[in-house]
Every structure is written in structure tokens, then in C-alpha cells.
Design a protein around this ligand. Structure first.
Ligand code: FAD
Length: 465
């Protein structure tokens, strides 16, 4: 076989290279560190962990990232092998000795007879003679390549920062307080006029909320010093600081909305949540990107009527992050629709986190290998963690229809909200006597989704679980 080129030797690129080589296809891995650094990496080692040393929960029975670990192990992941061998104690989490981990990945890659590592910056899209290539250059993709990607995909299709609004599990929103309605009942294509969930506030609640936003603990802004805020993307607490009325005339405006529970009382302000995935299991808080610390966010956002018991699939943030608008640009096998043979993998596709990035590298490597061998790439079922994450990246996403031009695709960690719901009756207790309730039900649901994922993943890989 002629080689597949992988650009970027981070978490995703290293895993992709390994999967391809283990399947008998040669790889040329291009990594710029050694020649050019990034703002976050400190070494020249492959798969360097730029911040925390944690791969998060290793619980494959009831934690979504634990399920992803298990699927990766099943698929022969190098990243998981290196992590398991360099584990340090961290309770139920999988944490690693970062140097030992990066060293183990580097050694395995550099010693693989089918992998050649080239230390160079790739400064444009792959040349014609790299007929199969994977771009896995991560959140800190070097500027020249980022510019080339932007040129190919269009100016709106590449983001350089994450302005993340918190995402709430739909089932934790109190619909006795909130109601479904689009502003002015506007019906967009495919919409119903009821696309949003609305949380009403009285004047007193609004004032208390604004005070809490201003007082809340914020994270520092070191990473962004000197960078102006982007218009339309101000952190919610910065808007609150600009004036007491700013939010009420911005993302929290009550116009065009009637409280279905008490139609005669006009809300003073409204927080809107927009459906975030096709399954309808997740809703994001519109306009609520924030630099508040996670603890403060949960506390302040639970002051919102209807969200008192909200559970968050992810909290808000504002970070430097290069990623493409994958749902419109990539096909299901992560290939750029405008350039057959060119795939993307890792954080640049819009997943978030070490494990997620590596897992998207894993599937991208397998897809490219299949293509090189003249086979059709086999897409993991949506019920697996691989498939659920892939579906978030390439497809199952709601594109905002009533705010033209507004990007609604945001990077995300794996979570149970990305998996399709269980089939009816899947939660019946074995004796059929009692039904699950409350916390026991939530736990049983996670376990059932996890075990369905692992067994479907094993079938996908042609293995027994
Ligand atoms: P990377 O691991 O960054 O790998 C990309 C590689 O491509 C790098 O080695 C880079 O040198 C190389 N490269 C870039 N451009 C070129 C080019 N033009 N030519 C050749 N090579 C190139 N996730 C977590 O789970 N936990 C955390 O604590 C965490 N902290 C983070 C902190 C920061 C500051 C950032 C930016 C991200 C953090 N992330 C964290 C998010 C993310 O999971 C990691 O960035 C992860 O490393 C992404 O994997 P990747 O393979 O996509 O990119």
C-alpha cells in the first residue's frame, strides 16, 4: 500500500497513525514540534497532555467517558495502552504520569516498522500526491494551515475560539415552570413555533440574578490577554456588568413570549434554551457563554426559575480553540466533502477532551485504512460511544434556523445525552414486580445505555464484549 499521511502527532494523530499501521498500511506522521512549538505544549513528545493529567472516569458501567475508554481498549487503542501502563492513583478516575505516558506513545510510534515520523510544519492543505490524509492538528493548529483550511471551507466554517453556552439535560428542566415557544411563534424550516424552552423571571428574580452574575467567581483571562471580545459573543457576566438592563435588552429579552402557565403576567426577563441535539435530550442556554468558574455557574444558573434542579451536560466557557463546522463540512466517515481523501480528526472536528480527541483519531484511522484497502469504511452504530460522538460531530445537530448566520455547533465532551434513548421496556426490572424510580431509574438508564454501547461496539469490531 502507499502511505497515508497524518498531520499532527497529538492525541488524535498518534492514535490514527497507530490504527492505520496496525492494520498493515504505512503511515507518514508529520509533527511540527521540534521545529515549531505551540502556546500550550512544553515538550517535543507525541501525545503530550497540555493541561490536566486526567482521562476522567474509568467507570464503564455508568459513566459515558468510561464507556469510551472501554470501547477504545476493545479497538486496540495505543492511547489507552499507554495510559493504562502509566496510571497514577486517582480514585475512580484514570490519571496518568504525563511524561511516562507521552514517552510510551512516542516509543511505540517511532519503533513501529510502518510509521515514519517527520518533524515539520505542514503549512497548507495536503499536496495532490498525498491522496489519503488526516488533519489532526488540534485546538492550536498552526496559523498557515488554519488559514488554508479557512480558505477551503469558507470564512464562517472555521472558529478560533469556543464560546460555549451551558448545556442542560432536558429531563432536568421543570416544565411546570417553563414552556415551549419560539419568539413571536416564529416557525423556521422544519420548526413548529415551539422550538425553545423559556424560563420566566420576575423583576426581583432578574435583579438577584444580575447581582449573582456580577459577584460570581470568574476564571482569569491570561490565555486571551489583549484579545478583544468578539461582538455577539460577550460573556454573560460582562454584559451584566455593562448595565443592569443590558441582559434584559439582549439574550434575556422577554419580547414575543407569553408564559403558557400564566398568560396574563408578562415576564420581566426570559432565559431561552435551544434544542441542542436531534434527539432532544439536550438544550443549550442561548447567549450564556461565560467565564464564570464551574462551581459558580451551577449555583447561579440554578437561580433561574425552572432550572432549580438542572443537571448540566457541560458548563459554559470561552477558550482558544480552532475547530471546523463539521456537521456541514464532513461526511459520516470524517471526510471533507469538498476534498475526497482528506479527513479531519481530534479536537479540530469539534469534540472536546483528550479521550474524545483520541477516539475520533481512532475511527478516522480505521476509515482511512478501509479506503486505502478499497473497502467501504464501516461506521460505528449510533448506540456506541464512538458512534454517539461521531454523530454529534458529523450529523445529529440542530442548525439554528431563526438566527441566520449564527453558528450553533459547539464542541462537546462525550455524555449520555448524545446516545439514542433506550428502546421502550428496556428498563423493566427482571422480576417485573417493581418499576425503577428516581435516582435508581437514572442509574439503571446509564447502565443500560453503557452495556448496550459495549455490546454493539464489540459486534462492530467483530469481537465478543
Ligand atoms: P493536540 O493534542 O493538540 O495535537 C495536535 C498536534 O498537531 C500537536 O502536536 C501540534 O504540535 C501539531 N500541529 C499543529 N499544527 C501543525 C502543523 N501545521 N503541522 C504539523 N503539526 C502541527 N482536554 C482535556 O481532556 N483535559 C484538559 O485538561 C485539557 N486542557 C487543555 C488546555 C489547553 C490550553 C488546550 C488548548 C486544550 C486543552 N484540552 C484539554 C483540550 C484537548 O483535549 C486537547 O487539546 C487535546 O490534546 C486535543 O487532541 P488533538 O490530537 O486534537 O490535538
Amino acid at each position: 500500500y502507499s502511505p497515508i499521511h497524518v498531520i499532527g502527532g497529538g492525541l488524535a494523530g498518534s492514535e490514527a497513525a497507530w490504527q492505520i499501521a496496525e492494520a498493515g498500511v504505512p503511515v507518514i506522521l508529520h509533527e511540527m514540534r521540534g521545529v515549531r512549538g505551540t502556546d500550550a505544549h512544553k515538550t517535543d513528545g507525541l501525545a503530550e497532555l497540555v493541561c490536566s493529567n486526567s482521562f476522567r472516569s474509568d467507570d464503564a458501567t455508568s459513566n459515558a467517558v468510561g464507556v469510551l475508554h472501554a470501547e477504545m481498549r476493545l479497538a486496540g487503542s495505543l492511547i489507552m495502552q499507554a495510559a493504562d501502563r502509566n496510571q497514577v492513583p486517582a480514585g475512580g478516575a484514570l490519571a496518568v504520569d504525563r511524561d511516562g505516558f507521552s514517552q510510551a506513545v512516542s516509543t511505540a510510534i517511532e519503533n513501529h516498522p510502518l510509521i515514519t515520523v517527520v518533524r515539520e510544519e505542514v503549512s497548507g492543505l495536503p499536496p495532490e500526491d498525498w491522496d489519503l490524509a488526516i488533519i489532526a492538528t488540534g485546538p492550536l493548529t498552526a496559523p498557515a494551515l488554519a488559514e488554508a483550511i479557512r480558505h477551503e471551507t469558507g470564512a464562517d466554517a472555521l472558529a478560533f475560539f469556543d464560546a460555549i453556552a451551558p448545556i442542560v439535560y432536558t429531563e432536568t428542566i421543570d416544565m411546570n415552570v417553563c414552556w415551549h415557544q419560539s419568539r413571536y411563534d416564529k416557525v423556521g424550516p422544519g420548526g413548529t413555533g415551539k422550538d425553545y424552552i423559556n424560563c420566566p423571571m420576575t423583576e426581583e428574580q432578574y435583579n438577584a440574578f444580575v447581582d449573582a452574575l456580577i459577584a460570581g467567581d470568574k476564571t482569569g483571562f491570561k490565555e486571551w490577554e489583549g484579545t478583544p471580545y468578539f461582538d455577539g459573543c460577550l460573556p454573560i457576566e460582562v454584559m451584566a456588568e455593562r448595565g443592569r438592563e443590558t441582559l434584559r435588552h439582549g439574550p434575556m429579552k422577554p419580547m414575543g413570549l407569553t408564559n403558557a402557565h400564566s398568560p396574563t403576567v408578562k415576564p420581566y426577563a426570559v432565559v431561552q434554551l435551544r434544542q441542542d441535539n436531534a434527539l432532544g435530550t439536550l438544550y443549550n442556554m442561548v447567549g450564556f457563554q461565560t467565564k464564570l468558574k464551574y462551581g459558580a455557574q451551577a449555583e447561579v444558573f440554578r437561580m433561574i426559575p425552572g432550572l432549580e434542579n438542572a443537571e448540566f451536560a457541560r458548563l459554559g466557557g470561552l477558550h482558544r480553540n480552532t475547530y471546523i463546522n463539521s456537521p456541514t463540512l464532513l461526511d459520516q466517515s470524517l471526510t471533507l466533502k469538498s476534498r475526497p481523501g482528506l479527513r479531519f480528526a481530534g479536537q479540530i472536528t469539534g469534540c472536546e477532551g483528550y479521550v474524545e480527541s483520541a477516539s475520533i483519531g481512532l475511527v478516522a484511522g480505521r476509515f482511512a485504512t478501509a479506503e486505502r484497502k478499497g473497502e467501504t469504511p464501516s461506521i460505528p452504530p449510533a448506540t456506541t460511544a464512538f458512534g454517539a460522538l461521531l454523530n454529534h460531530i458529523t450529523g445529529g445537530h440542530i442548525v439554528s434556523d431563526d438566527e441566520p448566520g449564527k453558528r450553533s455547533f459547539q464542541p462537546m465532551n462525550i455524555n449520555f445525552g448524545l446516545f439514542p434513548p433506550l428502546e421502550a421496556g428496556a428498563l423493566t426490572k427482571p422480576d417485573g414486580a417493581k418499576r425503577f424510580r428516581g435516582k435508581e431509574k437514572a442509574q439503571a438508564k446509564k447502565q443500560a445505555i453503557a452495556s448496550r454501547a459495549l455490546s454493539d461496539c464489540a459486534s462492530w469490531l467483530g469481537k465478543s464484549a
